[in-house]
Design a protein around this ligand. Structure first.
Ligand code: ADP
Length: 986
């Protein structure tokens, strides 16, 4: 702002120069003005502020008038220094640049021009040539200019005030900045000091490090020493924390200690006052006893008074004898006076006794109060002492703990480095026990293994039982062998199906059901499956491809397999995706391909290769059906020789109808030695010498062979049932057993099933009726008769299932007044066509519906809705549908074969105990047999609804869970593993 004001003045001067031509003076003034301005610029801001302060407004206004707005400070300076007398002269700078800077001042400029003219005219007054009018006009002009100049002055003054405020503000800020600079300077000094210290420390550390490195060499960050050092540091830090805590506690304790003297002082004070009170009490008690003696005296006196009274009476009798009497009277009078005095004394002494009593009471109160206070303070002291003792105890405990820990650590450190002598001594002890027959060979082997491995558990057992008796020592060591066998077996299932993601029939149910049951029993269960394109991927949790490729042999070369992992209903599953040009599992279906033998022999080889490459050491490898039957010969022929031999092989044939036969040459593809295996006692099929049989190979090469029901296990030993394998089964009968399958009672549970319309249980069957109504509505069947029996059938439509009898059952149900719903599909084209015809025939029938497809959700609804369930199988290895049907309260009508014979018992068979009777059975595989069973069932349903309901409830409560079946498998596995171990020891 100051510079603006200055240029304003200069601008005016410039205009003036243009109007009045006074070249020599102008030149002279110009140089002065410029130099003045320059000097002004060189003034420090401080000086400028002082200048402004020094020049009050009025003075400035006067100067303005006197000097006609010239450069105020500098003009005065110039004037004084030059001693010039032209103080009223106006400086006329001729600086174009400066004049251009302020066009707003044009009016003012003209006023100045006029002023200059006035001055010049004044000079000319001395000359007669000047006219009066001109002079007046000039004076008027000058007056105008003056008024304008005054206005300008006001403006400038207000500007100046604003400037002053600004300056004050700046001054304050400056002072603030100065202070900050000082602080910053101080801080800078501090920082510099700290930096110096840091530098010193750094140089010290680096010199130390170099010394350390010199001592130990450079340590890698990952080196065990550094890691251990880090661990120790962490531990150290933790210990420091503990010590810090302890210090705090100790501080608390010492605070308590500090309080203790004051409390003790209070205690002694209270004790002193108690003593005082006690002495007062004893005084009072003295008084009381004195009072008692006074009372006694008083009594004696009153007795005496009475005696005297008696004497007085006697005396009054002898009153007649005056002299004697008078004398006696005086004497008596004296005595009476004396007595009276005594009595008075006694009465007087009575008052203090009352006072004493009062005093006594007050004293007692006081004593009680002080006793109370004493008790309270005692309590407080006691609690404080307790607190103190507790903290001391805690302190000691922590100290002990720390000591223990450090002792244990040092012990552990020393135990880790136990001399070889220790372990040798242990081995000798174990051998001694074995020779003395105190422990078995197995136990000795286990204990020796632990000793060789320097297992900490056997070391601890030895140290713990050192001072104990031989018997106790043995018990401690044998415990170790039990605990080593308890965690359960490692069981790996290799299969082609697994419910619910890849299920065609009962095999899928068995893999997940048995797997889960074994897992529940504490075994480590894993599953290996092919990665089919048509699996239900949404039911696999956390599925991901592993960053690994497993190469497996096939057709004379190695093929890569991508390995996927995921969990299915809590079971860990490996999926193998072969990178084979034939795209083995990219066919949109599970089975029924022309190259099934190749597909599954490839899968079997890849599965064993995966286990081998993964370094697994399973106890049991369990393969199922012909698709994975190759695993058994592959394992023993190829992999056991490579050292992959920890496992026993269990093979379960779920259906002997499917044996996986193929030209012997095809066996070569998976790497098996066809010349060795294509023998009648190995893999050669009974039908032709150039054919191999995968199931036969598994029977021969497996350690355990099972099938899915005891009856079926008997049936397949016969010529009819064995389908060529009866001889093989007979020769391997020792390892062959039939175990009835269970069902997954979590997946098949009407009280939790989300697929069905209404959930229900044996205790509340209302929901079952509602499900029946719902399916009738859904399938557009007649709903007019609620009690009309509904017969269900869910099956693969294959000859085994008695398709002709199923067809017959449809008509039979209709004849008997019932309804029939079939859910099934057939891999056999002519059967599929046949059933399609029947389905079309009954397309809009009000009592029959055929649904020729695979539909898991719909199957749940049919189980829940149906009253009866038909299974007229020609043979049935186990059959799950009869068990599922019973769980949903649908009474089974079955042919007595295989697993159906082991799970369904006829209601009308008196030879069977009533509690086992649960359905309707027939033996003959013909329409008559089926018809009669259906008729009996319908009659029972219609004639005895109550008995039927009881039957339904009984069926629903039967236990078909995997628990008992899984236990049987568990026993088989364990026996096999134990045999193998025993054999290995021999
Ligand atoms: P299989 O000989 O087919 O293994 P099982 O009785 O042992 O016969 O097991 C059949 C399993 O397949 C049952 O869980 C049954 O519910 C199911 N199932 C069969 N056919 C179908 C179908 N069309 N839709 C849905 N599930 C079916």
């Amino acid at each position: 702002m100051a510079s603006v004001a200055c240029s304003l003045v200069l601008g005016r001067g410039f205009s003036c120069a243009n109007t009045l031509t006074r070249p020599p003076i102008a030149c002279l003034r110009l140089s002065r003005a410029v130099s003045c301005k320059m000097r002004n610029r060189h003034l420090s801001s401080q000086q400028k502020r002082q200048q402004f302060k020094r020049a009050p407004t009025e003075q400035l206004s006067l100067n303005m008038n006197a000097q006609s707005h010239d450069n105020i400070g500098c003009e005065a300076e110039e004037a004084s220094s030059a001693g010039a007398s032209h103080s009223s002269q106006i400086t006329i700078p001729s600086n174009d640049a400066e004049s251009d800077s302020n066009s707003e001042t044009d009016v003012a400029v003209s006023s100045f021009e006029e002023t200059n003219m006035v001055i010049e005219n004044n000079d000319e007054q001395e000359h007669p040539s000047i006219r009066l009018e001109d002079l007046i006009a000039m004076i008027r002009n000058a007056e105008k200019t003056r008024v304008y100049a005054l206005e300008e002055l006001d403006k400038i003054l207000s500007e100046k005030e604003a400037l002053q405020a600004e300056i004050n503000n700046l001054e304050m800020k400056l002072a603030e900045t100065d202070a900050r600079i000082k602080v910053a300077a101080q801080e800078k000094i501090n920082v510099e000091l700290l930096e110096n210290q840091l530098k010193k420390l750094k140089t010290e550390i680096s010199s130390r490090n170099s010394i350390e490195e010199g001592k130990h060499g450079t340590l890698d960050d990952e080196s065990p020493l550094v890691l251990e050092l880090n661990d120790l540091r962490k531990e150290n830090a933790l210990l420091k924390d503990d010590i810090q805590m302890l210090k705090l506690k100790v501080a608390d304790v010492s605070k308590t200690e500090e309080r203790l003297p004051s409390l003790e002082k209070r205690h002694s004070l209270l004790e002193a006052s108690l003593m005082e009170l006690q002495s007062q009490l004893s005084n009072a008690q003295d008084n009381v006893s004195r009072l008692a003696s006074l009372r006694y005296e008083c009594k004696a006196l009153s007795d005496k008074v009475e005696n005297l009274q008696a004497l007085f009476n006697d005396a009054s009798i002898v009153m007649d004898q005056p002299s004697l009497g008078l004398q006696q009277y005086h004497e008596l009078q004296k005595k009476v006076d004396k007595i009276e005095a005594l009595v008075t004394e006694a009465t007087v002494s009575k008052f203090p006794s009352e006072n004493f009593q009062h005093y006594d009471e007050t004293l007692r109160e006081k004593i009680e109060l002080s006793e109370k206070r004493l008790w309270e303070s005692d309590q407080e002291i006691h609690s404080q002492i307790q607190l103190f003792q507790e903290s001391v105890r805690e302190f000691h405990d922590s100290l002990e703990r720390l000591k223990e820990e450090s002792k244990k650590r040092s012990q552990e450190l020393s135990l880790e480095n136990l001399p070889q002598e220790f372990w040798s001594r242990l081995l000798l002890i174990i051998d001694g026990w074995l020779l003395e027959k105190k422990i078995s060979v197995n136990d000795a082997k286990m204990l020796r293994e632990m000793t060789w491995k320097k297992d900490a558990r056997i070391r601890d057992a030895y140290l713990a039982s050192r001072s104990k008796s031989e018997h106790e020592k043995l018990a401690t060591f044998l415990k170790l062998t039990y605990s080593r066998t308890s965690p359960g077996m490692h069981i790996i299932h290799i299969a082609a199906e697994m419910a619910p993601v890849a299920k065609v029939g009962g095999l899928g149910d068995v893999i997940s059901g048995l797997g889960k049951a074994l897992q529940r029993k504490g075994h480590m269960v894993e599953i290996v499956l092919p990665k089919y394109d048509c699996m239900q991927y949404d039911l696999i949790a956390d599925m991901k491809a592993l960053d690994v490729v497993v190469e497996s042999y096939f057709d004379g070369r190695l093929f890569s397999n991508k390995i996927w992992v995921g969990t299915i209903e809590g079971l860990p599953v490996y999926f193998i995706e072969p990178h084979h040009p034939a795209k083995f599992f990219w066919r949109g279906k599970y089975y029924g391909e022309h190259d099934d033998f190749k597909r599954f022999s490839f899968f079997s080889r890849a599965a064993v290769e995966l286990l081998y490459q993964a370094g697994k050491k399973p106890d049991i490898i369990h393969c199922h059906d012909w698709q994975t039957a190759f695993v058994a010969p592959l394992y023993w022929d190829i992999y056991a020789a490579k050292g992959f031999n920890s496992a026993r092989i269990c093979f379960t044939c779920h259906n002997f109808e499917y044996q996986g036969t193929a030209p012997a040459s095809e066996l070569v593809s998976c790497g098996l030695d066809v010349h060795q295996l294509n023998r009648p006692d190995r893999m050669q099929d009974h039908s032709a010498q150039d054919k191999v049989n995968a199931v036969k190979g598994a029977i021969v090469f497996s350690n355990i062979v099972t099938t899915v029901s005891p009856t079926y296990a008997q049936e397949v030993r016969t010529i009819e049932g064995g389908r060529g394998l009866h001889e093989t089964l007979k020769s391997h009968s020792k390892k062959f057993v039939g175990i009835l399958n269970g069902i997954d009672t979590d997946a098949w549970n009407p009280s939790t099933d989300n697929y069905i319309s209404v959930q229900y249980s044996a205790d509340d069957l209302q929901g079952k009726a509602e499900n029946k109504d719902a399916i009738r509505k859904r399938l557009k069947l007649s709903r007019s008769e609620g009690s009309q029996p509904l017969v269900g059938c869910i099956t693969r439509l294959v000859p085994q299932k008695g398709v002709h009898l199923i067809r017959h059952a449809i008509y039979c149900a209709l004849e008997l007044g019932g309804q029939f719903v079939l859910l099934g599909s057939s891999p056999v084209p002519h059967i599929q066509r046949e059933f399609e015809d029947i389905a079309n025939h009954f397309q809009s029938h009000s009592h029959i519906r055929l649904l020729l497809k695979y539909d898991d959700a719909l199957s749940h609804l049919i189980y829940a809705a149906s009253d009866m369930f038909i299974i007229p199988s020609m043979f049935e290895p186990c059959g799950l549908t009869q068990m599922i049907a019973m769980r949903y309260g649908s009474v089974p009508i079955v042919r007595k074969t295989g697993g159906l014979n082991d799970s369904v018992f006829d209601v009308d068979d008196n030879t069977i105990p009533e509690q086992y009777q649960n359905g309707f059975t027939f033996v003959a595989p013909d329409e008559q047999g089926l018809s009669s069973a259906m008729e009996r069932a319908f009659q029972h349903y219609i004639r005895s609804p109550e008995s039927w309901q009881q039957l339904v409830q009984k069926d629903m409560r039967l236990d078909f869970s995997w628990d008992s079946s899984a236990s049987q498998y568990e026993e088989l596995y364990e026996r096999s593993v134990a045999r193998a171990r025993a054999a290995a020891r021999v």
